[in-house]
Design a protein around this ligand. Structure first.
Ligand SMILES: [Zn+2]
Length: 73
């Protein structure tokens, strides 16, 4: 478990979010505006996306669907 410091993509509120510590994208909930967003650790920092605006490979839900689909081939 690691702590990432990110800015909310909706309201820019700075916050510390717990993360598994790998490079997997994860959802976070902004304590200031209550919106859900996606954070993804990258080399040298962390990306944030508004919910629904992340590319599929950076969207936890989309990744799950893709991985499930590829497993059926
Ligand atoms: Zn916010």
């Amino acid at each position: 478990m690691t702590i990432l410091n990110v800015h909310c993509p909706y309201c820019s509120h700075k916050q510390a979010v717990e993360h598994a510590g790998d490079y997997s994208p994860a959802y976070a909930m902004c304590p200031d505006c209550g919106e859900r967003f996606i954070l993804e650790p990258v080399a040298g920092g962390v990306m944030v996306y508004r919910d629904g605006e992340a590319p599929c490979c950076s969207d936890p839900d989309c990744r799950e669907i893709e991985l499930a689909a590829s497993g059926q081939d």
